[in-house]
Design a protein around this ligand. Structure first.
Ligand SMILES: Nc1ncnc2c1ncn2[C@@H]1O[C@H](COP(=O)(O)OP(=O)(O)OP(=O)(O)O)[C@@H](O)[C@H]1O
Length: 247
């Protein structure tokens, strides 16, 4: 039986003040897919992401990660399986060295000794930061800190990597380097982004969340080539951007 990385069914949620943010979201993401989650401000993207690792609990509906329901009694397992990379790496890095930051999660899970070293080295290798293991994170550039933040999540060997605005505040070279890293990973990726060219570059499939529902789900190139669809959901390609042939 093929188990999907993520299955969200009829997910609805209202904040305690009564604001209804999600109105019944259904989506399935298969193993090793890379999917962009697009949508205007206030669409419910963050609210949806916060349900994936149980920061918020479904008002109605279900979320399953690799077949396991997100519930209070499964939270420990779920948080290991869903790797959230926040928009600001400084929310994720707080130890004296890069190595300590990457080791923090698995060490907390009881991994130690050579196995811990192996996992930390492997995660840093995957983001090209192994040479910086002994440096304090606050001495690194923003782009390097974002790569270390990705490593702190990869080291947990997650089922799905969820990235919030991964290209924000990166210069063009750092943006491209991160794209190459993300493309090289053999992991399911859900990427929340307002950077439509980045979604096109990295994700074959995109979802448009708008007004708390999935308004479109399809090949990124097809969605982004539909001006009416984009306009209906306040999405805009950069001025002069042309979708490359074959996308
Ligand atoms: N803590 C909260 N209490 C009440 N309402 C909230 C809270 N957080 C978000 N909302 C509301 O829920 C809706 C969805 O917000 P959410 O932050 O999920 O959107 P988003 O798609 O992530 O937006 P953005 O692109 O601006 O990050 C909005 O109407 C927002 O005002």
């Amino acid at each position: 039986m093929v188990v999907n990385s993520l299955e969200v069914s009829e997910l609805a949620y209202a904040y305690p003040d009564g604001t209804q943010a999600l109105f019944g979201v259904d989506l399935t993401i298969g193993r090793s897919e890379r999917v962009a989650l697009l949508g205007p401000n206030g669409a419910g993207k963050t609210t949806l992401v916060m349900h994936l690792n149980g920061i918020l609990t479904a008002g109605h509906g279900t979320v399953r990660v690799a077949g396991t329901s997100v519930r209070p009694d499964t939270l420990k397992e779920i948080r290991q399986r869903v790797g959230l990379v926040f928009q600001d790496p400084d929310d994720q890095l707080f130890m004296p060295t890069v190595r300590d930051d990457v080791a923090f999660g698995p060490a907390n899970m009881g991994v130690k000794g050579e196995e811990l070293e192996r996992r930390v080295k492997n995660a840093l290798d995957r983001v090209g930061m192994a040479d910086h293991a002994d440096r304090p994170p606050h001495h690194l550039s923003f782009g390097q800190r974002r790569r270390v933040a990705v490593a702190t999540v990869l080291v947990m060997e997650p089922e799905i990597l969820v990235l919030d605005e991964p290209s924000s505040n990166l210069d063009p070279a750092a943006r491209r380097e991160l794209a190459e890293i993300l493309r090289s990973l053999d992991v399911t990726v859900l990427m929340v982004t307002h950077d439509l060219p980045y979604a096109l570059e990295l994700c074959e499939r995109s979802l448009i969340l708008s007004g708390g529902v999935i308004a479109a789900d399809g090949p990124t190139g097809t969605l982004l080539a539909d001006p009416e669809l984009l306009a209906a959901h306040r999405l805009e390609l950069p001025y002069g951007f042309a979708i490359p042939e074959g996308r």
